[in-house]
Design a protein. Structure first.
Lengths: 109, 114
C-alpha cells in the first residue's frame, strides 16, 4: 500500500478555507485517493474519494494533479465543528485502508 | 438503515481473560473490516471479510486474535489471554464490494486491560 505524508496539524479561523495537501509519491495505477474525518471517540467518517482531476461534494473538494503524486483536500468556510483529524489514504477498491497519523485541524472563532 | 453498530461500547477486563466483541454491519454491505486504534494514532488494519470469507489478516495480529463472520452478517472479534498492550479502541467498518474505499465505521469498542 502506498504511504502518504500530510501535515501533523493546521490551525484556521471560522469562515476560512482550509486546504490540506497530502503526498503519495508511490501511488499505484489502480489506487484511489480517499479522505476521512474523525472526531474524538468516534469512528472515522468518509468525506470524499477521487482518482484524478477534481471532485466536489457537499462537504469538500478534492484536487488531484495529473501525476497523482499528491492531492489537496479543500474545506470551504470551516466552522468550529470541523475541528477534527483528517486522514489521507490511497488504496484500491478492496478497501484495506492504511491510515497514517492524520492532520489535526483546529478551528477557532 | 441504522449504520454500523458495535457491542459492547466499553470493556474492562483483567489481563489473561478472554474478550469478544460484536459488530453488526450495514445490512447490504458484503465487506466487513476490523481496525484497532490507540491514542494519537490512526486506525490500524486488522482483518477483513467478504461475505463469510476472511480474506486477509494483518501480520501484526497475533494468534490470540480471531475473527469470524458466520453467514456473512455480523462479525465477532475475540482476543484470548488479553495483555495490557491490547488496550485500544477496536473499530469495525463495512462497505460494498464495488467501493471498498468508502467504509462506514461503527462507534468502536474501547478495551481496557488492567
Amino acid at each position: 500500500l502506498a504511504k502518504t505524508t500530510q501535515p501533523i496539524s493546521m490551525d484556521s479561523y471560522e469562515g476560512q478555507e482550509v486546504n490540506i495537501t497530502c503526498s503519495h509519491n508511490n501511488i499505484a495505477t489502480n489506487d484511489y485517493i480517499t479522505w476521512y474525518q474523525q472526531f474524538p471517540s468516534q469512528g472515522p467518517r468518509f468525506i470524499i474519494q477521487g482518482y484524478k482531476t477534481k471532485v466536489t461534494n457537499e462537504v469538500a473538494s478534492l484536487f488531484i494533479p495529473a501525476d497523482r503524486k499528491s492531492s489537496t483536500l479543500s474545506l470551504p468556510r470551516v466552522s468550529l465543528s470541523d475541528t477534527a483529524v483528517y486522514y489521507c489514504l490511497v488504496g484500491d477498491s478492496w478497501g484495506k485502508l492504511q491510515f497514517g497519523a492524520g492532520t489535526q485541524v483546529v478551528v477557532t472563532p | 438503515d441504522t449504520g454500523v453498530s458495535q457491542n459492547p461500547r466499553h470493556k474492562i477486563t483483567k489481563r489473561g481473560q478472554n474478550v469478544t466483541f460484536r459488530c453488526d454491519p450495514i445490512s447490504e454491505h458484503n465487506r466487513l473490516y476490523w481496525y484497532r486504534q490507540t491514542l494519537g494514532q490512526g486506525p490500524e488494519f486488522l482483518t477483513y471479510f467478504q461475505n463469510e470469507a476472511q480474506l486477509e489478516k494483518s501480520r501484526l495480529l497475533s494468534d490470540r486474535f480471531s475473527a469470524e463472520r458466520p453467514k456473512g452478517s455480523f462479525s465477532t472479534l475475540e482476543i484470548q489471554r488479553t495483555e495490557q498492550g491490547d488496550s485500544a479502541m477496536y473499530l469495525c467498518a463495512s462497505s460494498n464490494s464495488a467501493q471498498g474505499y468508502e467504509q462506514y465505521f461503527g462507534p468502536g469498542t474501547r478495551l481496557t486491560v488492567t
